[in-house]
Design a protein around this ligand. Structure first.
Ligand code: GLY
Ligand code: MN
Ligand code: MN
Length: 440
């Protein structure tokens, strides 16, 4: 079923971008459909910047934002789209076509994609700069380089300046880093559905099930509640598999007495959640599991509590590393001098990754982590994860037996607010007592 008119915020985003880049031409090719074999394709998802600015989710399309020379300071939105084709649509589903591009997506002009190369020189005419990411789409790279070549060849006769190409990534990243209300709504929805999926997994897991059963259950909760797809490959890792940070096999039987680490996030209207929970496959945590679980949980909760405008992600990570170092020293899992361990990142033996990444349309979202050479200070509207962990690698046999093979990560998604932060994924249980109660 096709849409009749997309929300006005897509145009508001283009307005904001072009207000700060007047005179520029931006060119965004869509993602391409990837062939799996013969006429079977991998599931299609639109390129995030393209979707962020257009709301248009068909492949073989190009979005161009170009100056409107008849109205100084104004710009035009141009969409190149696939031709309507009743035979193709019978097989593959409806298309919007050039009329839909204008009527539904608010393009000022629209053309067939096959005319892109022919129309492009006109769109570049009179531009001051071109923003285009080279290397992402070889086919459009060739067309754009050819158009710029033609432009250069005629520069002497026309007196036009040569056009330089800039990467649009930073401008878009800066916009996407600060979530607008409609983006927070989508993230909230993704977070709520994802929290429900994790809670359901906690309730349903039993010794003897396979990891893939839990993956299927999580997928079902995502799709049943309106997520279109996963934001990244779901990790369902029983026991020692939880020590593999990006475990993907999800095909092993689940054993009583071991923990299950689930890292899964549903994508809702192009925004992804990213939650990890770790819980017993059987009824309760063992004493050793409980000790290290509580340590990771303490680090995670304190990190959330310290999140507010003005602090930095490295400060949050440093705090988590300190809490976990101190805890492991008192459990005897780390030995030696505290100051040396902190200075040499000794905790990385058990906590080898960073605590946070930005999130949004992409689970590892765009946004500069360093600005003017300094770690970026948090500001309201930023959304990121807090995800400390503790993992005993299978090769690490020096650790007491009761801790061997344990992998724990606890991950929530937070929105920075004026006063501090809001935990978007608070509905996913993480207190040991709450998890164990769910299983009774
Ligand atoms: N799910 C990937 C991550 O937590 O970063
Ligand atoms: Mn994450
Ligand atoms: Mn994750």
């Amino acid at each position: 079923m096709l849409l009749s008119r997309i929300p006005s915020y897509f145009k508001a985003r283009r307005d904001r971008l072009m207000k700060s880049h007047s005179g520029a031409v931006f060119i965004f090719p869509s993602n391409q459909e990837l062939i799996r074999n013969s006429d079977v394709t991998f599931p299609f998802r639109q390129e995030s910047n393209f979707y962020y600015l257009s709301g248009f989710d068909e492949p073989e399309s190009v979005l161009v934002l170009a100056p409107n020379h008849s109205s100084p300071g104004a710009y035009r939105t141009i969409l190149f789209v696939r031709r309507r084709d009743l035979t193709k649509e019978m097989w593959e589903g409806e298309r919007y076509g050039v009329d839909g591009a204008r009527q539904v997506f608010g393009a000022d002009e629209s053309y067939l994609i096959e005319d892109f190369q022919k129309v492009l020189p006109d769109l570049l005419d009179g531009a001051e700069r071109v923003y285009y990411r080279i290397g992402q789409n070889k086919d459009s790279d060739h067309k754009i380089v050819t158009a710029l070549d033609g432009y250069r060849a005629s520069a002497g006769r026309t007196g036009r300046p040569l056009l330089a190409i800039f990467d649009p990534g930073e401008a878009l990243a800066e916009m996407r880093l600060f979530k607008q209300p409609e983006e927070v709504d989508a993230l909230r929805k993704a977070a709520k559905i994802t929290a429900l999926a994790h809670k359901t997994a906690m309730q349903e897991v039993r010794p003897g099930m396979n990891e893939f059963e839990i993956e299927a259950l999580i997928d079902y909760v995502f799709r049943k509640n309106g997520c279109q797809r996963v934001g990244y490959g779901t990790i369902v890792a029983g026991g020692v598999n939880g020590t593999c940070l990006h475990y993907r096999f999800n095909n092993q039987p689940l054993k009583d007495g071991e923990l299950l680490l689930v890292d899964a996030g549903g994508e809702y209207d192009y925004y992804s959640a990213d939650i990890t929970r770790t819980f017993p496959i059987g009824k309760a945590f063992t004493p050793a599991q409980a000790k290290v679980y509580d340590l990771v949980l303490r680090a995670e909760k304190e990190a959330i509590a310290m999140t507010k405008p003005g602090i930095t992600l490295p400060e949050i990570h440093k705090h988590c590393a300190e809490v976990i170092t101190d805890g492991l020293l008192s459990l005897g899992l780390l030995t030696g001098n505290r100051a040396d361990l902190l200075a040499n990142n000794g905790v990385s033996r058990f906590f080898p990754h960073r605590t946070s990444h930005f999130m949004g349309m992409d689970v590892h979202d765009v946004g500069l982590y360093v600005k003017n050479g300094e770690p970026r200070r948090l500001e309201p509207g930023m959304v990121f994860t807090i995800e400390p962990g503790f993992y005993v690698q299978p090769s690490d046999t020096a650790v007491p037996a009761e801790y061997q093979g344990i992998g724990i990560r606890i991950e929530d998604d937070v929105l920075v607010t004026a006063a501090g932060c809001e935990n978007l994924t608070i509905d996913a249980p993480k207190e040991r007592a709450d998890i164990e109660a769910l299983k009774r």
